[in-house]
Each structure stands twice: as C-alpha cells, then as structure tokens.
Design a protein around this ligand. Structure first.
Ligand code: GUN
Ligand code: ZN
Length: 435
C-alpha cells in the first residue's frame, strides 16, 4: 500500500517491551496517556506523545483520527485457529475424537469446493477483524483450494496471516485423506505459490499423529528441512483417548512428542497445540528444541480436555502462546480467550495478571511466532496492525469502569467483560477494516 495517506491516530497507547514480571513491573510496558501513532505505507512511522508527534511533523498532511478516550494496542494475534471450522463452532459433542468424527471432518469435506471456501473466508475474516485480531495462524482443510481461499482473502484485507493445508492420510473419511506423496507435493506447490507473497506465511500442517502415517510425518519433516523459514503446526497431548490411540499407532515411540521428534518436526518455528498432558521427558525436549506450547482455553474447557499448566511449562523453560482454536474453541475473541485462560489458571492457583494477559495476546504471541520484529508492538518501523479498545462498550462495563482507578483494572474489565463490542476499530497495514 505504497500511496497511503499518512494517518495519525490519537489515543491512549499501550505496548509491551517484555513479559511483565509482576503487577508493578512498569519497565515491561509503555503507556502514553495522550499518545499518537503515525501510520504511513502500512508501517508505524512514529509513535509517542501526541504533542511531540505534532511538533515532529509540523507540515504533515496526515489525516488525524481521534480515538480518545480509547486504548490503542498492537492488534491481537491468534496462534491457533481452524479456518474450515467456522460452521463447527458450537457443536454439541462428547470429547475430542467424537467431535472430530461427528462434526469436524464432515464440515471440512465441504472445502473441496473452492466456492464454499471463498464464502466462508469472507465470514471468517470478518469475524477476526470484528474481534480485533490482525494476525492468525490457521489450519486450512486438506484441500489446496482452501489455502487459496484463505490467503486470497487475507491479501484483499492486507493482513499478515499464517496457514497451511492440513496433511492427513488416515483415520478420516476418504474425501479428506491425501497421501504422503500428494500432501508433500501439494504443500510444496502452496509454499511456492504463497509463502512470502505479500504478507502470507506458509505453515506446514500435519494435523496430528493419529491422522498421519509415518510416511506422511516423514514428508512433513522433509518439507520443514527444505523450507526452514516456514512454521510447522500440529496438535499434541490434548485428550487421554487421543494419547492412548497415538501410543497404539506408534508403539515404538517413547512418548507422543517422541513421534514428532523422530521425524524432525520440532524446533523454534514449531507450534504445538494444547500440550495439556505432558510428561517430564516431553517437557525437556520441548525446551531443548524451542518448540512452542499453544494454550487454547475455550477449546480445552468446551471439549473437556484438561488444564494447561502455564507456570509448569514456563518454569521448565518452554515458550508458550495463547489461541482461540475455533471451532473446538467457542469464541473468535482474544478477550474471551484471555478470560477463560485466566479461569483455567485460577483453578491451578496460577494468577494471570492483566498486564501479562495483554502482553501474551500481543507481543508474547508475536515472540512465539518469531515475528516480534514485525508485529505485536507499536515500535516504529513495524507493521501498522492495531486494535482500538473501549472498556465502556456495554452498560455493565461502563458501570464497572466508574470505580476503576488503574490501567491494570481497566485491562481486567476488558478481559473479563469484553468481546467484539469493545473493539472500536481494527487496523491492518494502516487500513481501518472494521468500520
Ligand atoms: N486434534 C486434531 N485435530 C484437531 C482439531 O481440529 N481441533 C482440536 N481441538 N484438536 C485436534
Ligand atoms: Zn486445533
């Protein structure tokens, strides 16, 4: 977007420098009460005090958008979501494997039709934007056409999106199954077509060990070796029946993570969804390889999967991220996700401070994706992906805000009571997408 008119957004700025060590860690973030962000050519050209920016750019022809008294943050990042599950969300199922067989696989089969993917992509991206999410990491279906539908829509909106074709060659209906060879060929062609084109990032996507033969996991490992700048995503240790079946299918593996390790799937660009029921050896390998554990709170509650041990994983030196996991997850909102995550951690006597929450959904997730140099902050030179939040968006929120005195309290109101109604605007590459 080279000829974009510069835009100056005025509001209360909040951006993180590091993970807050506690409630009083003011070094971890920057808060500017009367701040401004200057956006130009899709980037953040400057940010800071409003008065300073006006003085710095006296002859600026920038259009000024006054978002006061709202908060301006980096856009939310959702590190695990399923594009073909937009019509699976809110399906009454027992647990993971029944939910997959009864609802998810039939819904994903419809993505063989490109027109269906195109239609769902419109709605899916509308939902992301409405909820303030500017970057997401998605599983598409096993059909290459679904990846085209996904990245085409991302490109139309100028959004930095990650995603890939789900590789699955067994234990699913035939129309969803590829083969080790065809999944390798199709993924490679999609990487060539999409990775690095505009803001698109390709993610090598073997669904999980149950739906892949050893030959297919080997193909995924080969793809990762051939394309080390691509991410890889899969699922692990979400559900007890899933773990038991994986052990039957891979009897020689020392544990579930050993399956992925043996095919070279682990590393700093590997995103492992769920990581709930982890053994000590698995945690050690996670740390050594720098792989990321992705927490999906609304999904873990909805499917009755279990409680993610954030403190345990992080104290073992494991990188973590947080995500919606729609359609096992029940909301596109990262605010709702943080709220449910807070409750899961409460059950384990782990108290997530609101500053840590908002760090996690922005810079923390960007760090987990190794993309913090481009997204997740308000730093000059990074991509102008922003969200504007109103903590008084509803009657109950406004009433509660009457007694709020600190930024942390305001963030906690947003997280506990907020949803898409609290999202005033979403900017991707400097363009307003919500209104
Ligand atoms: N494990 C394998 N596939 C899936 C999926 O689509 N959703 C969730 N939550 N877990 C999975
Ligand atoms: Zn998932």
């Amino acid at each position: 977007m080279a000829d974009q008119t510069p835009t100056l957004l005025r509001g209360r700025l909040l951006s993180f420098k590091s993970a807050p060590g506690g409630p009083d860690d003011t070094e971890a973030f920057t808060y500017v009460e009367d701040g401004a962000v200057l956006m130009q050519n899709g980037k953040i050209a400057a940010q800071g005090q409003y008065e300073d920016l006006l003085n710095q750019f006296p002859d600026s022809t920038a259009r000024i958008v006054d978002h006061r008294p709202h908060l301006i943050l980096p856009g939310f990042i959702d590190t695990h979501i399923h594009f073909p599950q937009a019509q699976v969300i809110a399906s009454w199922a027992d647990q993971l494997l029944d939910w997959l067989n009864d609802y998810t696989f039939p819904a994903e089969m419809r993505f063989a039709d490109k027109a269906h993917g195109d239609r769902i992509a419109l709605e899916f991206f509308d939902a992301l934007v409405a909820h303030g999410t500017t970057t997401a990491v998605a599983y598409c279906s096993s059909h290459p056409a679904s990846v085209d539908a996904y990245f085409e829509e991302a490109q139309r909106r100028g959004m930095l999106m990650l995603g890939g074709k789900t590789m699955m060659d067994r234990n699913a209906p035939a129309p969803l199954c590829d083969t080790a060879q065809s999944s390798y060929d199709d993924s490679k062609a999609l990487i060539d077509a999409w990775h690095g084109r505009g803001r698109a990032h390709y993610v090598i996507t073997p669904r999980f060990a149950i739906t892949s033969t050893p030959q297919q996991l080997e193909a995924a490992g080969t793809l990762l070796k051939e394309h080390p700048d691509c991410h890889l995503q899969t699922h692990i240790n979400e559900n007890h029946n899933e773990i038991a079946l994986t052990r039957e299918l891979y009897p020689d593996a020392a544990h579930y993570l050993g399956v992925y390790e043996s095919f070279g799937l682990l590393g700093s660009k590997t995103l492992l969804g769920h990581c709930i029921h982890m053994t000590g050896s698995e945690m050690q390998i996670m740390r050594e390889t720098g792989s990321v554990a992705v927490f999906c709170p609304t999904s873990n509650l909805f499917l009755g999967s279990g409680l993610f041990d954030k403190a345990g994983l992080e104290s073992a030196g494991i990188r973590t991220a947080i995500a919606t996991d729609v359609g096992g997850g029940t909301s596109y909102s990262m605010l709702r996700t943080l709220d449910e995550g807070y409750k899961i951690l409460q059950l384990q006597r782990q108290r997530l401070h609101p500053l840590a929450s908002f760090y996690w959904a922005t810079r923390g997730n960007a760090e987990a994706l190794s993309l913090a140099g481009r997204i997740g902050t308000l730093d000059k030179g990074t991509d102008a992906d922003l969200v504007v939040l109103n903590a008084r968006a509803t009657g109950p929120m406004a009433l509660r805000m009457e007694t709020v005195e600190t930024l942390s309290e305001e963030l906690f109101v947003l997280q506990t009571l907020g949803d898409d109604r609290a999202v005033v605007e979403t900017y991707a590459a400097g363009r307003p997408l919500k209104t």
